[in-house]
Design a protein around this ligand. Structure first.
Ligand code: GLA
Length: 418
C-alpha cells in the first residue's frame, strides 16, 4: 500500500536555506548545517532524574545557512517567522557573565545576565553566549535559519534550532565541538539563557541521532548506545500524531514535576530518583506517601517504573524473537503512568492514544514533555489508513483541531550538510 505521507526532503531544504541566505544577506553562505528534532520512543521525564531514555532523531530538522562577518555582529534570521535578531557579541559578555565561575557540569540554572533577546531569539543568542562563556572563539556571523520541525508540537524544535546554530557558529568561526560538547552547551543555553529547566534528552537526541537507530542514553553517565530500530523490516512504522495543542501551556507544570522529583530524591537520601531500584519501590512509595504526600509518591512511581520500561524495551529490541506487541505494551504502560501518576498528559493525547490502539496500533503514547504536543503510535503498515482515519474522526467528533500525521523516520544527528 502506498504511504502518501510527507517525509520532507533534505536536498530541497538545503537549497531553500542557501537561496534564502542569498536573498536575505547577499552572497553565498559558507556552509549549511542541519540539526534534527526528535521523538522519544520511551523514557519520559526520566532525563532530569539521571535515568534512561530511548529517543531517535527524526527527518525534520532546523537548517542553518551561515557565513562569517568581519565584525563582531551576530545577525540571525528566522525564515518561518520572518524576524531578525541582531546584536554585538561583545555586548553579550556583561559583568554578570564575566564573574561566572560555574563549570560546564554545574546544574545551577539561575540566569547569569539579563537575556539580550526573548522569544525564539533567546535560543540562538543563548547558544552564542554559552559558547563564548565556555571559551570558544565565537566570531561575527550571518545565520539564516529555516526549520521543518513543527513548533510547539513536542518534537524539540528548540533543540534543533540550538544545535544547528551552535554547529553553524563553530563552522564559520573555525572551532570544533565534540558531539558531547554540542549537546551539553546547547542544553545549558536552554537552561540558563532561555530559562527552560529541561534535561539533556532533546539536545542529546539532536546531537547524537543516527540513521535507522534509536539511542539508548544513560543520562547519568552520558553513555549513548545506538540501537537498530528497523520497523520497515517488520512492515510497520512509528506514526507521529501532532495534536496541534501547544505544549507551552505546561511550562510551569514541567518545572513543578522536576522540583517534586528533586524533593523526593532528597527526602529518600539519594542523589536522584534513578537510584531507587524497582524492587525497593513499594517501600520508597510508602515512605514518600507518609512524609511528603501521595502526589510525590506517584511522581516517584512514574520515574522508577519508566526507567524499568526503557530497559525492558531495549531488552525486547535485542531479543532474537523481536516482536512488536510487547513494545506496544510498554508504550501503553508508559502512557498510563504519565497520565495517571505523573499527570502530564492532555485530553487530546489520551484520545489519540486510545483511538490509535482501538484502530489496530500495537501501542501508542505521548512523547516529549506532555501537556499537549504529539503522540506516537506503533502501527503495522496494513492498518495505517485505519488508524489515521479513526484518530482524525475522533478529533472531529470531540471538536478538537485536526491533528497532523507523519512517520517518524530514525535519522542522522546534527551535522554539516554542505
Ligand atoms: C521535554 C524536556 C526534556 C525531557 C522531556 C520529558 O522535552 O525538554 O528534557 O524532560 O520533556 O521526557
Amino acid at each position: 500500500m502506498a504511504v502518501s505521507l510527507d517525509t520532507g526532503s533534505v536536498a530541497s531544504a538545503v537549497d531553500g536555506a542557501r537561496r534564502g541566505f542569498l536573498e536575505r544577506f547577499g552572497g553565498e553562505p559558507a556552509g549549511v548545517w542541519a540539526a534534527p528534532g526528535r521523538v522519544n520512543v520511551i523514557g519520559e521525564h526520566t532525563d532530569y532524574n539521571d535515568g534512561f531514555v530511548l529517543p531517535m532523531a527524526i527527518d525534520r530538522a532546523c537548517y542553518a545557512a551561515a557565513a562569517p562577518r568581519a565584525d563582531r555582529i551576530l545577525r540571525v534570521y528566522a525564515a518561518q517567522l520572518d524576524e531578525t535578531v541582531e546584536l554585538s557579541l561583545d555586548a553579550l559578555v556583561g559583568p554578570g557573565s564575566a564573574a561566572d565561575t560555574r563549570d560546564a557540569a554545574s546544574t545551577d540554572m539561575s540566569p547569569l545576565a539579563e537575556p539580550a533577546a526573548g522569544g525564539w531569539a533567546g535560543y540562538p543568542v543563548g547558544v552564542a553566549w554559552v559558547l563564548q562563556q565556555a571559551g570558544f572563539p565565537v566570531g561575527g556571523a550571518d545565520v539564516y535559519l529555516s526549520s521543518t520541525v513543527p513548533v510547539g508540537s513536542g518534537l524539540s524544535s528548540s533543540a534543533a534550532l540550538e544545535c544547528a546554530t551552535a554547529l553553524a557558529l563553530a563552522g564559520v568561526s573555525g572551532f570544533e565541538l565534540t558531539t558531547h560538547e554540542l549537546a551539553l552547551h546547547t542544553q545549558r543555553a536552554e537552561n540558563i539563557y532561555a530559562g527552560v529547566p529541561c534535561g539533556p534528552l532533546d539536545q542529546m537526541s539532536s546531537a547524537f541521532g543516527q540513521d535507522g537507530s534509536v539511542l539508548f542514553i544513560d543520562t547519568r553517565s552520558g553513555e549513548v548506545r545506538p540501537q537498530p530500530f528497523d520497523l520497515a523490516a517488520e512492515d510497520a512504522l512509528l506514526l507521529v500524531i501532532d495534536t496541534r495543542v501547544s505544549h507551552d501551556h505546561g511550562e510551569n507544570g514541567y518545572a513543578d514535576r522536576r522540583a517534586a522529583c528533586e524533593r523526593a530524591a532528597e527526602f529518600l537520601g539519594v542523589r536522584a530518583l534513578r537510584d531507587i531500584a524497582l524492587e525497593d519501590l513499594p517501600e520508597a512509595f510508602a515512605k514518600v506517601s507518609v512524609g511528603l504526600g501521595e502526589t510525590y509518591a506517584r511522581r516517584l512511581r512514574h520515574v522508577v517504573t519508566e526507567d524499568a520500561r526503557v530497559q525492558q524495551f531495549v531488552a525486547i529490541l535485542n531479543h532474537e524473537q523481536f516482536s512488536l506487541p510487547p513494545l506496544g505494551h510498554r508504550m501503553m504502560q508508559s502512557h498510563a503512568s504519565l497520565r495517571d501518576d505523573y499527570e502530564v498528559s492532555a485530553p487530546e493525547l489520551d484520545l489519540a492514544v486510545a483511538t490509535a490502539v482501538a484502530a489496530g496500533a500495537h501501542g501508542a503514547r505521548m512523547t516529549g514533555g506532555g501537556f499537549g504536543g504529539s503522540a506516537i503510535a506503533l502501527v503495522d503498515r496494513a492498518v495505517l489508513e485505519e488508524v489515521r482515519d479513526a484518530v482524525r474522526a475522533a478529533f472531529a467528533e470531540h471538536g478538537y483541531t485536526e491533528p497532523q500525521f507523519f512517520p517518524a523516520v530514525a535519522s542522522a544527528g546534527a551535522r554539516r550538510i554542505v
